[in-house]
Design a protein around this ligand. Sequence first.
Ligand SMILES: Cc1cc2nc3c(=O)[nH]c(=O)nc-3n(C[C@H](O)[C@H](O)[C@H](O)COP(=O)(O)OP(=O)(O)OC[C@H]3O[C@@H](n4cnc5c(N)ncnc54)[C@H](O)[C@@H]3O)c2cc1C
Length: 346
Amino acid sequence: MADEVAVVGGGIVGCALAAFLAEGGASVTLYERTGIAAGASGRNSGIVQHPMDALLAPLFEETVGHYRDLAEFGFALPAEPTGLLVLSADEALLDDELALIGDGFPELGLERLPPGEPRRLEPLVAPDLAGVRIATGYAVPPAEATHAFARRAEAAGAKVVLEPAGADAPADAVVLAAGPWTPALADPSGAWRPIEPLWGVNVEVHLPSPPRHALEEAGIDSLLAKGGGGDGLFSIVTAQGVSSLGSTFLADEPDPEERAPVLRQRGSRFVPALADAAIVSVRSCARPRSVDGLPLLGRRGDVFVAAGHGAWGISLGPASARLVADLVLGRDPAIPPELDPARFGG
Ligand SMILES: Cc1cc2nc3c(=O)[nH]c(=O)nc-3n(C[C@H](O)[C@H](O)[C@H](O)COP(=O)(O)OP(=O)(O)OC[C@H]3O[C@@H](n4cnc5c(N)ncnc54)[C@H](O)[C@@H]3O)c2cc1C
């Protein structure tokens, strides 16, 4: 077991790692170059959601358990999921969505809704839309879980240093959890780049009676598989009365102010009241998208890596962090070989 461990990156993955490592007896320094939750972990849409992928589902289940343990550090996961409504006027797209999910997750209670039925569940939804209801999705304020893990790490003795660091941080072991910037730290030569940023803009809007379900336009999985592009896809998540309207999927960092009216316009096709909704704030951040859509958890050369959760780091990151923390602590965790960073070479 390494006595002194440096964790690089103060997002959900790095903060959870620092907590698990410190509680496991390591002397931990967490390096964050900007501020805790400064990246996607503080600026996401705020839905803790089933990944609908058999390999990743156990990470989601474990993550929900970790969130239940964070109450004393100021994070409360809602008791029940709000439910997710996937919407489209094109019924064939919804059938594709159902086929993609398959029938391997009875716990998701998949329900196909004919045109008009989504509006019965959520009165703000446009009347002609059909949908799929999925029994998942805990809506949370985007940054709260990350801050709670940082507090838990400090309570266990971890030191937080607001400075940049790299693979050469002074420690017996270094864990890189720097989101999309992880490959550049692991391999400054530029040859190893299995994770790329996929930039998203979120707009906080005020709706007097916001939807209870998380709402999403059909097609996000196929867009992610393609590596993003286009004008983005509609989504809206409301946590504690604040609605986050999304989002774009772009290789280059966008100007969020420029994108906000486009997102609101697109959203009004699904929730007409958005056309007149007041914009409270806008933000952008980068999803750490891996080339094969799966996280990278384990060793790469002399360092450990925990990154690449793409669109689902809030939903999976804490369980990934626990696996990598166990590896650093010499506990031989069962990390699926499909997630080994070595799949992308040395
Ligand atoms: C628009 C949008 C909406 C999203 N919505 C959801 C959602 O609803 N549900 C969900 O599960 N996921 C969502 N995600 C994905 C999720 O936010 C990410 O997968 C997750 O936050 C990634 O966490 P991370 O800790 O790996 O990386 P990050 O949060 O990016 O953290 C990495 C940190 O490393 C720091 N860093 C970088 N380089 C250095 C260095 N050299 N030294 C020190 N620090 C460094 C950065 O400043 C940053 O704070 C969304 C993403 C986007 C973009």
